[in-house]
Design a protein around this ligand. Structure first.
Ligand code: C2E
Ligand code: CA
Ligand code: CA
Length: 681
């Protein structure tokens, strides 16, 4: 990396030379004879100074004058100034500090002290420009340095901006751990510098790098080979694929940020292609880019003008086709362009950091709509809204969401949140508490697009979700791929085991629906049932479903038989209770439960023996294969013969789940989980 530039401002030549001598090994040193010259140099854009050593008493313009100028032009935030003066009176030092100097030392000075202070202050300020992981520039630093290079360039058309992305980087983190991932990033950065010898290079975020290069350093022939990387770590090796978008500069280009956007757009146009893992920004992309820039310019006013509309896509119960919930999807009804698909503006809003405002608009709107339905007595179903990973960094938004859920205006679960695995990085950093906070406030969380990326299982392992949304790519391949069919049924089994329900997305054909139904999928969302509908149409649809008796979960008729044992009818019986729902339901009985996993009959006995007499044991069995009523009766009998109270909850034909104080089937307790009741009152 280039040495940082330090500017020495002193009228005495001997002082300037002495300081230069002290600093020259570590820094690039420049000199100015007086304040006016210093300001001219700082403002000239010829180079970016990172620190100024400033004498106070000088002809033409003194040190105070320089400080005043820098302060007035808001430059001190980025450019630290150390004042050096023979006049070490308190008054003069104080005045320098007042004007924004960061440090002070008086002449004569010790070389060691000068070096150390300069070093410390620079590293404090470096934070703003330097990526601590790779030592490269971060986004800010890259933009500043690139602007600087281009300012001094003879022809901008000699340059290109490359945007590089490591395609399967998230997987390496899983394989090698974060530390291994970090090494790979440093290694990748080193290669970029070796291969293309950029003028400036930097890392924007996780695995996204940029560099400004001379065009004659970019050889497309050798590009593919250079982008194929084999990482060796801890004796394991892993293939990584770099993807590269290239933007060749025009003479009129000045905005580095815009160049990055265009190179990124080119990178995004590469479709999983390891043969040609690079793309050069061209005119067709230019049109897309112009569209996006134009749309982004109109975004703020579009929210205010009510151009964004919330659509609702129905979600049905797989077994019956009953309407059970909906997903809110935003649409931009543009006055000139008509309906703009979210695919056209959401990625741009995300990369521009503007998505949270829209997500709040949708959440707030849905909340109000649900409340209005309560008020007017209009039937409605629970609605989920989408959150972007970016929302996790918007504390204001999260607070307002928590307020909605804590406000008790909503009936349990009527509004839900969908998050995707792209939020994983945010959760992994210091944002994990937010998910807990939202759930704690009563929000149900849906894991969206499950299986579309690399961290799906990581997410599942680490965080609690209520519902998982199986990505459309699976549903689409049901008819054509036996492998995908096996994967789907495997996912269903595993996920159900965790007490999580599944919504399959994007079902369009009858075969898909049948397969999903036969493989225990709980809910389905897709064009087969309905496209997303405008609000008024959706409300009419809900009313129609209600009138036809197709609204809400079906109650298993068998449940009626056992309802005499239930103390409350407030809980809608469900045909497959999850662990969480069971907990919620039992909560209605004012009990607190501990979950204990039971592996065998002895374990159950042990727990029974440990339990105090007033304690009640409830168990839930999920492997009673006999669909016959007799099994249930057996369970009931077993309970009654012990003179204990029983609650039995039955489910669909293939699998029974029983909650009871104690249960044996053929003398063997087939128990998977046990709920131990701890008395509350
Ligand atoms: P998503 O969350 O995965 O939403 C599902 C998308 O699949 C929707 O596209 C929906 O219209 C579409 N879809 C549903 N069923 C079918 C089907 O059977 N076949 C096909 N081909 N497509 C189906 P849409 O509305 O265009 O939304 C695209 C993406 O935009 C969403 O994907 C979501 O990631 C994002 N999005 C939409 N609204 C919002 C929002 O308010 N906030 C945020 N952050 N993202 C949103
Ligand atoms: Ca979604
Ligand atoms: Ca989805």
């Amino acid at each position: 990396m280039q040495k940082a530039s330090v500017l020495i401002v002193d009228d005495a030549q001997i002082n300037r030379e002495l300081l230069e001598f002290i600093l020259q090994d570590r820094y690039q040193v420049f000199q100015a004879e007086n304040g006016a010259q210093a300001i001219e140099m700082i403002e000239s854009q010829e180079r970016i100074y990172r620190l100024v050593l400033l004498d106070i008493q000088m002809p033409v313009m003194d040190g105070f004058g320089v400080l005043e100028y820098l302060q007035r032009h808001n430059l001190l935030k980025e450019l630290p100034v150390i004042v050096i003066s023979g006049d070490s009176s308190d008054e003069s030092i104080l005045h320098a500090y007042e004007l924004g100097a960061v440090d002070f030392f008086s002449k004569p000075f010790s070389p060691e002290i000068v070096l150390n202070r300069v070093h410390n202050i620079l590293s404090l300020y470096e934070h703003d420009y330097i990526d601590s992981l790779t030592g490269s520039y971060n986004r800010n630093g890259f933009i500043r340095m690139a602007e600087n290079v281009l300012h001094n360039a003879k022809r901008r058309t000699d340059y290109a901006l490359m945007f590089l992305d490591i395609k399967n980087f998230k997987a390496t983190n899983e394989l090698f751990g974060t530390e291994g991932g970090d090494m790979i990033l440093r290694d990748f950065y080193a290669r970029i510098n070796d291969f293309w010898e950029p003028e400036v290079s930097g890392r924007l975020d996780t695995d996204h790098f940029v560099c400004l290069v001379k065009q004659d350093h970019v050889d497309l022939e050798s590009m593919a080979a250079k982008l194929k990387i084999t990482a060796q770590l801890k004796g394991r090796s892993m293939k990584l694929y770099g993807y590269c978008g290239i933007y060749c500069l025009n003479e009129s280009d000045t905005d580095v940020s815009g160049m990055i956007d265009r190179a990124k757009l080119a990178e995004e146009s590469i479709l999983g292609d390891h043969v040609q893992p690079f793309a050069v920004f061209d005119d067709s992309m230019r049109r897309i880019y112009m569209d996006q820039v134009e749309l982004m310019g109109e975004y703020e006013s579009a929210i205010a003008n009510g151009e964004f509309k919330v659509y609702y896509q129905p979600v049905v119960e797989a077994a019956t086709g009953n309407l059970v919930s909906a997903e809110a999807l935003v649409r931009w009804v543009h006055p000139q362009r008509g309906m703009v698909s979210p695919a056209a503006f959401i990625p741009a809003l995300e990369s521009g950091g503007q998505i949270s405002k829209l997500d709040w608009f949708v959440a707030d709107h849905v909340h109000k709509t649900i409340l209005n339905c309560y008020k007017e007595g209009i039937p409605m179903v629970p609605v989920s809204v989408n959150l972007s990973w970016m929302d996790f960094y918007d504390d204001g938004l999260i607070e307002r969401l928590v307020d909605i859920f804590q406000g008790n205006t909503l009936r349990n679960g009527d509004m839900r949140l969908e998050i995707t695995e792209t939020s994983y990085a945010a959760l992994e950093s210091d944002r994990a508490g937010i998910l807990k906070q939202l759930r704690g406030a009563g929000a149900k969380i849906l894991l969206d697009d499950f299986g579309s990326g690399y961290s799906s299982f990581g997410m599942l392992k680490q965080y609690d979700f209520d519902i998982l949304k199986l990505d459309m790519t699976f549903t689409r391949q049901i008819e054509t791929s036996p492998k995908v069919r096996t994967i789907i049924s495997g996912i269903m089994e595993m996920v159900h085991h965790l007490g999580i329900k599944v919504i399959a997305e994007g079902a369009e054909t009858q075969e898909q629906v049948k397969f999903l139904r036969d493989n225990d999928c709980d809910y389905i969302q897709g064009y087969y049932f309905s496209k997303p509908l405008p609000e008024a149409e959706f409300l009419a649809y809900v009313e129609k479903c209600r009138a036809e008796g197709r609204l809400g979960q079906t109650a298993d008729p068998a449940l009626r038989m056992t309802s005499v044992y239930r103390k409350s009818e407030t809980v809608e019986p469900d045909n497959r209770l999850t662990r969480r729902e069971m907990q919620d339901m039992l909560h209605g009985y004012r009990m607190i439960f501990d979950m204990v996993h039971l592996l065998d009959a002895n374990a159950l006995d042990r727990i029974r023996n440990q339990a105090e007499s007033e304690e009640m044991l409830c168990c839930r069995c999920s492997n009673l294969s006999d669909p016959d009523q007799a099994t249930r009766c057996l369970a009931l009998q077993a309970l009654k013969s012990r003179g204990e109270e029983a609650m039995v909850i039955t489910v669909d034909g293939t699998c029974h789940e029983v909650i009871a104080k104690y249960i044996e089937v053929d003398g063997e307790p087939h128990v998977l989980e046990l709920l131990r009741h701890l008395k509350t009152e």
